[in-house]
Design a protein around this ligand. Structure first.
Ligand code: GDP
Ligand code: MG
Length: 163
């Protein structure tokens, strides 16, 4: 049986980078500058011998006013409803920001289907951020680097029971 994984988290944590790595085609736009409005993007992912559908959440990048939490909530809840499991990404280099707390609040209600991952965790610069992620109360964060492909075995192990 296959499943659907939604990658959620605030802008710039590396969701599209991970989506591209899992899907293996450049279906999602990855950009350094905010400015392109996107929404939800689906692809067929492959990780080891597991195949699943992955959803990249975007479309929050243009929002800089206080409607951001409302839009975040809507988009994230939509992705969560579509998904069997959510991969909540935080940026281990940036540490936990207020927007990460907004996501945590949304996802806590569905904690049974949330996998927490600290992305950009390559190198020691990420250690403090990984420690902060523990404090979110969503379990032990996976240490991953979407850009460098690190932690993919651990992600595989976390997804195997769902497959
Ligand atoms: P999104 O807004 O969550 O989809 O984030 P993106 O995938 O667009 O990535 C935002 C920025 O973070 C880009 O400059 C990426 O190259 C960078 N990035 C993504 N993953 C990693 C990672 O594992 N390590 C580092 N150092 N940078 C990353
Ligand atoms: Mg993106």
């Amino acid at each position: 049986m296959s499943f659907t994984l939604a990658i959620v988290g605030r802008p710039n944590v590396g969701k599209s980078t991970l989506f591209n790595r899992l899907v293996g085609k450049r279906l999602a736009l990855v950009d350094d500058q905010p400015g392109v409005t996107r929404d939800l993007r689906e692809g067929e992912a492959k990780l080891g011998d597991i195949r699943f559908t992955v959803i990249d959440t975007a479309g929050l990048e243009n929002e800089t006013d206080d409607s951001l939490p409302a839009r975040m909530r809507r988009l994230t809840e939509r992705a969560v409803d579509m998904a069997d499991v959510c991969l909540f990404l935080i940026d281990a280099r940036a540490g936990i920001l207020p927007d990460d707390e907004v996501f945590t609040e949304i996802l806590r209600k569905r904690a049974d289907k949330v996998i927490l991952a600290a992305n950009k965790a390559e190198g020691v610069a990420a250690d403090a951020g990984v420690m902060e992620a523990y404090a979110l109360g969503l379990g032990e964060p996976l240490r991953i680097s979407a850009e460098h492909g690190e932690g993919m075995n651990e992600l595989y192990s976390a997804l195997l029971p769902i497959d």
